[in-house]
Every structure is written in structure tokens, then in C-alpha cells.
Design a protein around this ligand. Structure first.
Ligand code: NAD
Ligand code: ZN
Ligand code: ZN
Length: 348
């Protein structure tokens, strides 16, 4: 079968021919129907050799941590009500399944995953950018029914991650409040729609490109601003000096974190989702009173089911740029160049 693999540190990923995998005991084989392209893959492939190896990523690594497929076969001993041919999405943040957090469906916060070497597909285990993929446990399958896999595969990360980030701040986002989204890319353009669907907040969106701000408007942003040193002042002005109730930073670089902390109102949530290498110095006087800074990771299994409910209700719609598996390396080039509107999705 064909797979998109990162084979050599510092080189572009390539389409290679590998053996079709066989599911071991407890595993499931999926025939992949769609695989999303996330900026985190770009980050992993930008790591210098010592960091890549220190974080124990394997080589070669089949990319893809957003995956959807149909069940092709079951390994020995799989007990499930699911049938061969069922359409499913892959819940990506795999955990041990038996710690307290996993028992609550929060496998993204598994307390054993690191010690037991359990890694998400495409981010340590072999991923979804192939004709077939192995899923380690039925816990990690979520049936998607009639949802179009190409349109919706990215909800497994570009939907789930902003949903998890936003959900905890919803009590602070009633009518008359203001939320800021920084970065209207794959995650951001879905996050904007979730804020519009679930909160009463006016949504201000920052990005560095006019095309991305146009996308933000298209998906419901109330106000758009170019992300630069003047943005924080403009947001303060727009809020009569008070600041905003929640900020979701889908970039996470030093300048965006500086903007995020500068515009926070008293008791605001500042949520840093992007892994852009930035950090904040927080102390008394450097951020509004009682503001809370959070750094969440991905989301829970039950939240993924909620995200698919939003899609079924027509409340989130991912802007998709499809690519064939043969063209998958080009999708990563386009992502790196900032040329993707919404999410690139590989269709094997
Ligand atoms: P993307 O490339 O699709 O989108 C990034 C957007 O940010 C683009 O629209 C880009 O123009 C914009 N941008 C870049 N610099 C900016 C700046 N200074 N100010 C404002 N906007 C700027 O990326 P994505 O796939 O949506 O991922 C977003 C970030 O979230 C990445 O860092 C990714 O690694 C990270 N991520 C984190 C988690 C998590 O669990 N915490 C999960 C998935 C992705
Ligand atoms: Zn991701
Ligand atoms: Zn666990």
C-alpha cells in the first residue's frame, strides 16, 4: 500500500510503498477514507535530530493524526458492536484506558501514556496518511454515520482541540462579552464557528494575512484585525479599555502571547493552543487581576462526540482543500507556505 512517510530528519515527507498492515490482538484495521494535515506535523518535521530522537519519534513515521476510515477487519479478541464496513473517525490522543483520566474519557491527559510509550497515530505511532491504518483499540473509534469523512475528518483535531479549549471558558462568554481568536487557520477557523454557535461573545479575529481574515469573516468573525504590535491597543479601544473575556491563541509565538495577555480583562481566560515556541512572563501587574492562563492539549473522547453533533447540526463546517495521497507532500509545502484555506485533507 501507499503511505506518506517522514523517512529522513530534515527532508520532506515522501510517498512510499509499504506492506499493508495486519491487525494484531485487540487492534482494528481501517481502510482510510480521509486524513487531515495539521501544523503540528510541520512542527515535528522541523525538530532538529537530537530533539526528534529525544522525543522518541520513530523513523520512518507515517504521518497523520487526523484520520477517518471504514472498518476493514478486526484482530483477535476485539469485542465491539461495530461491524466491518462501518464508517468511523479516529480519536487520536491515545491513552492507557485504565487510569482515572482515561476512565473519564480524557485520554489526552492519560497519566500513564508517557511511561508506557503510548503514542498518538502520526505522532509516534504509525498514522492515517496511508491506504490502511491500524487503530490500537476500539475505544479510539467514533462512528460518524453519514457524515462526509473528507469534510469532517479534521474535526478529530482541528475541531476537537478548539472545542476543548473553548468549552471550559463558556461560562465567561455570555451575552455582551468579547472573545479573541488569534490565527484563522485549520484550528482557528473552526474555533470561530464554535464561539459563534455556543457563546454570546462578539468574536474578534487576528491573523497576519488578509486571505485568512477573509476566511474568518466568511465563517462568522464579527471583527478582523491584522495581527501586529498595534492589535492589542486596537482591541483595548474596541472594548472601552476593559479588555476581553477570553483569548484563544492558535499561534503561541512570543508576539501573539504578548497580545493575548495584554488584551485580557480582569478574570479573563487566556488559552494558548498553538505550539509556536513562545512563552509568557506572568506576575502581579503584568496581566489583569485574576486572569487565568491555560495551555490545553487536544480533547476528550466525549468532547469529540459533541463536536460531531455540532457538525451534524450544521453548526461547524470545515473549509477543506483536498489532495490525493500522491500529492500529499505538496499539501505540506502549501501548509508551510501559509497557502491553505482552512484544512488540507489527504484522500487516499
Ligand atoms: P495553520 O497553519 O492551519 O494555522 C495557523 C494560522 O495562524 C494561519 O492562518 C496563519 O496565517 C496564522 N498566523 C501565523 N502567525 C500569526 C501571528 N503572528 N498572528 C496571528 N496569526 C498568525 O495551523 P493549525 O493546524 O491550525 O495549528 C495551529 C497551532 O496549533 C499550531 O501551532 C499547531 O501545532 C497547534 N496545535 C496544538 C494543539 C494542542 O493540542 N495544543 C493541537 C493541534 C494543533
Ligand atoms: Zn494536530
Ligand atoms: Zn490513561
Amino acid at each position: 500500500m501507499k503511505a506518506l512517510r517522514y523517512t529522513k530528519i530534515g527532508s520532506a515527507p515522501e510517498v512510499v510503498e509499504i506492506e499493508k498492515p495486519t491487525p494484531g490482538p485487540g487492534e482494528i484495521l481501517l481502510k482510510v477514507t480521509a486524513a487531515g494535515v495539521c501544523h503540528s506535523d510541520d512542527y515535528v518535521m522541523s525538530l532538529p535530530e537530537e530533539d526528534y530522537l529525544a522525543q522518541q519519534y520513530p523513523l520512518p513515521l507515517t504521518l497523520g493524526h487526523e484520520g477517518a476510515g471504514v472498518i476493514e477487519s478486526f484482530g483477535e479478541g476485539v469485542e465491539t458492536g461495530l461491524q466491518i464496513g462501518d464508517a468511523v473517525a479516529v480519536y487520536g490522543p491515545w491513552g492507557c484506558g485504565h487510569c482515572l483520566n482515561c476512565s473519564q474519557g480524557k485520554e489526552n491527559y492519560c497519566t500513564n501514556a508517557v511511561a508506557e510509550g503510548i503514542r498518538p497515530p502520526g505522532l509516534g505511532s504509525q498514522g492515517s496518511m496511508a491506504e490502511y491504518m491500524i487503530v490500537d483499540d476500539v475505544r479510539h473509534l467514533v462512528p460518524i454515520g453519514d457524515l462526509d469523512p473528507v469534510k469532517n475528518v479534521s474535526l478529530t483535531d482541528a475541531g476537537l482541540t478548539p472545542y476543548h479549549a473553548i468549552k471550559r471558558s463558556l461560562p465567561k462568554l455570555g451575552a455582551g462579552t468579547v472573545a479573541v481568536v488569534i490565527g484563522s487557520g485549520g484550528l482557528g477557523h473552526v474555533g470561530i464557528q464554535m464561539l459563534k454557535a455556543l457563546s454570546g461573545a462578539t468574536v474578534i479575529v487576528l491573523d497576519v494575512s488578509d486571505e485568512k481574515l477573509e476566511l474568518a469573516k466568511h465563517v462568522g468573525a464579527d471583527v478582523t484585525l491584522i495581527s501586529d504590535e498595534s492589535a492589542a491597543g486596537k482591541i483595548r479601544e474596541l472594548t472601552g479599555g476593559v479588555g476581553v473575556d477570553a483569548v484563544f491563541d492558535f499561534v503561541g509565538a512570543n508576539p501573539t502571547i504578548a497580545t493575548a495577555t495584554a488584551v485580557a480583562a480582569m478574570e479573563a481566560d487566556v488559552t494558548i493552543v498553538g505550539i509556536g515556541g513562545g512563552s509568557a512572563t506572568i506576575g502581579f501587574g503584568s496581566i489583569a487581576y485574576d486572569a487565568a492562563v491555560r495551555v490545553p492539549y487536544w480533547g476528550s473522547r466525549s468532547e469529540l462526540i459533541e463536536v460531531f453533533e455540532l457538525a451534524k447540526a450544521g453548526k461547524v463546517d470545515v473549509e477543506v482543500q483536498p489532495y490525493s495521497l500522491d500529492d500529499a507532500p505538496k499539501a505540506y509545502e502549501d501548509l508551510h507556505a501559509g497557502a491553505i484555506r482552512g484544512r488540507a485533507v489527504i484522500v487516499p
